[in-house]
Design a protein around this ligand. Structure first.
Ligand code: AMP
Ligand code: ZN
Length: 466
């Protein structure tokens, strides 16, 4: 049974999506004002592991990850270089997807851009104004926290006695607010400011928090299953998303809240503002492979901090090498016919251990340990020649299951898949020769499942992908 640590309840909870077969989930995406650093990517790789494991468990997904393409930093940076915000963000959006793909992350079903959803934001703000949960001050619109008594339920911050004078810490907006906790939904812009949109409540631009509420609810509905992001977004960003969304709809916004812990470097959070960041590109240009970076980022469970060092990265590089070596050896070994059921059972047990670990709030480090156990057993069997021909496809298939989630075997995969197909075809020929038609049909079905069609020709069996 899949369980997540839900930040909202601060408990490990069984996961039950609202609809049995489909999971709707939202991850806060990047602010596209520069190249993303590997701290950002730790959170996106966590999103990818969550995504892939949900698929592994058989769920269909609607996964939304936004791109924040308007905020104060973007506006300032674009102005500095004399570009529109669109011109300014475009190359960073392209770079982001390039890096994301290189890291072996699967793209979400929907990746909306904030600037293309301004109307949806305006509608939420209008409904909050009508309900008295938002107010205007000096041309900007603020959320009235006092109208949402549950404020603080996610971050568990107790605001009692901490309201006046707390504004510096909570929000650096310099505008007039009724209560220091109130936050901007819509910011007034000067007449000559090019970045602005007209709304019934005045020309302006959206606050950051409203972007995510609008895009999440547009694509996932008022109430959906999972909302995730880095731990630094828990407060105020996610707390504010809850206040706005639930304030507007009266329904529970997201049921499970998952937060990824920081990637640190020399025991400080990696961040652009501290200047201690390495972008994915920096690391790659030092000759490190994207797969090793991915391996390192996922090797520690998402809810634990991870300290980045180049030694760890080199360690990940070696591990990847070892895994690929194992696949290659398994592919190329000349195996005697027969089956070693002890070995096949050990492989099945390793997969069971993987599932148990991942079910436990995505414990990737224990899940990876079970893959390494399997590799060790198979390597020993290869050395002792106790692995037999019928074991190979079983082990390949199990390794593929691990890799559907980890995605660390990398580029060699396509080639290995061909070898795997060929080894199955060979096994089918032997089975037919021995009049073991049950096994031969089983192999044909297995291949058909993978969209491989077999053709018997006078020169032997040919195969092609459908
Ligand atoms: P941003 O582009 O700043 O909006 O951040 C994108 C994502 O990266 C957010 O989910 C942040 O929480 C996350 N993030 C930022 N710094 C780190 C870090 N050092 N470790 C892990 N996640 C981070
Ligand atoms: Zn967000």
């Amino acid at each position: 049974m899949l369980k997540f640590h839900n930040t909202l309840s601060d408990k490990l909870e069984e996961f039950h999506p609202q609809n049995d077969e489909e999971v709707r989930f939202y991850m806060c995406g990047p602010t596209v004002w520069s190249y993303a650093h590997i701290g950002n990517f730790r959170t996106f790789v966590f999103g990818d592991i969550l995504r892939r494991y949900l698929k592994y468990k058989g769920y269909n997904l609607t996964h939304v990850m936004n791109l924040t393409d308007v905020d104060d930093r973007i506006i300032n940076e674009a102005r500095k270089v004399g570009k529109t915000i669109d011109e300014f963000v475009q190359p960073f959006i392209e770079a982001f997807w390039e890096d994301f793909d290189s890291l072996g992350c699967e793209r979400p079903e929907i990746a909306p851009r904030a600037t293309q959803h301004i109307q949806e934001m305006i509608e939420i703000i209008e409904s909050l104004l009508i309900k008295g949960k938002a107010y205007e001050s000096d041309g900007s619109i603020y959320y009235r926290i006092s109208a949402f008594p549950e404020y603080g339920k996610l971050s568990k911050i107790n605001f009692a006695g901490n309201i006046v004078g707390a504004s510096e810490r909570i929000d650096t907006d310099k505008y007039e607010k009724e209560d220091a906790r109130d936050f901007a939904l819509w910011k007034l812009v000067d007449k000559d400011e090019p970045t602005g949109w007209d709304a019934s409540f005045g020309r302006g631009r959206p606050g950051w928090h409203i972007e995510c509420s609008a895009m999440a609810m547009k694509y996932l509905g008022a109430s959906f299953d999972i909302h995730g992001g880095g731990i630094d977004l828990q407060f105020p960003h996610h707390e504010n998303e809850i206040a706005q969304s639930e304030g507007a709809t009266g329904q529970q916004f997201a049921k499970y809240w998952l937060h990824g812990e920081f990637l640190k470097i020399e025991n400080e959070k990696m961040s652009k503002s501290l200047g201690n960041e390495f972008t994915f590109r920096d690391i790659q240009s030092r000759g490190h492979s994207p797969t090793a970076i991915r391996y390192l980022l996922l090797s520690v469970p998402y809810h634990k901090q991870l300290n980045f060092t180049f030694e760890n990265l080199q360690g990940a590089e070696n591990t990847i090498e070892r895994l690929r070596d194992f696949r290659k050896r398994l592919r190329e070994a000349n195996l005697r016919s027969g089956a070693n059921f002890d070995l096949q059972n050990a492989a099945k047990n390793a997969l069971r251990d993987f599932t148990t670990a991942m079910d436990d709030n995505l414990n990737t480090s224990i899940a990876l340990a079970s893959l390494h156990n399997l590799v060790r057993e198979v390597n020993t069997a290869l050395a002792n020649e106790t692995i037999l021909a019928e074991d190979r496809p079983v082990i390949f298939e199990i390794t593929e299951k691990f890799d559907a989630v980890f995605n660390i075997f990398g580029e060699e995969k396509a080639e290995m898949l061909d070898a795997e197909i060929e080894s199955l075809i060979e096994e089918r020929q032997t089975a037919r020769h021995n009049r073991d038609f049950a096994r031969s049909d089983e192999i044909r079905d297995l291949l058909a499942e993978k969209n491989i069609v077999l053709e018997d020709t006078k020169d032997g069996v040919r195969w092609k992908k459908k």
